[in-house]
Design a protein around this ligand. Structure first.
Ligand code: ZN
Length: 136
């Protein structure tokens, strides 16, 4: 079952500048920054009610965020939905015809297991499913 929008991921060029923009916009400080080496990004999280905003800054020229910005510029990169049982959701969505990019959940930022769905199977939006790593 999909519970809620866990966060919205936003690709940014200049993390310091965007940290200030989102601090001003949301009226709260970023509560965590974390590097995800496998994705070549630094992430920064803001709380926004029950959801979060995740800023994504590429750490090199080759990473997925650098490529995204090169093609589309800064902006919304993905929407993440919180799920209780990520493997059950992957199975359900595959049966529905969604293209799963990584069937085996991988370690994402903010203590999550994550799986991505190809944008072409979800109306042009990269979808992230995430499950808290503390939940077995
Ligand atoms: Zn994310």
């Amino acid at each position: 079952m999909i519970n809620k929008i866990e966060h919205i991921g936003i690709a940014v060029k200049d993390l310091e500048a965007s940290l200030e923009i989102y601090r001003n916009l949301l009226g709260v400080d970023c509560y965590k920054t974390e590097a995800v080496d496998s994705e070549h990004v630094i992430t920064a999280f803001f709380k926004c009610g029950e959801s979060k905003i995740e800023l994504l800054k590429s750490t090199n020229e080759e990473g997925p965020i650098a490529k995204f910005i090169e093609k589309k510029g800064e902006g919304i990169h993905h929407i993440a939905f919180s799920v209780e049982d990520i493997r059950a959701e992957v199975k359900r969505l595959k049966e529905q015809g969604f293209e799963v990019l990584n069937e085996e959940p991988k370690k994402g930022a903010d203590n999550k297991w994550v799986v991505f769905l190809h944008p072409k199977s979800s109306s042009g939006v990269l979808v992230e499913l995430c499950q808290d790593r503390n939940i077995k």
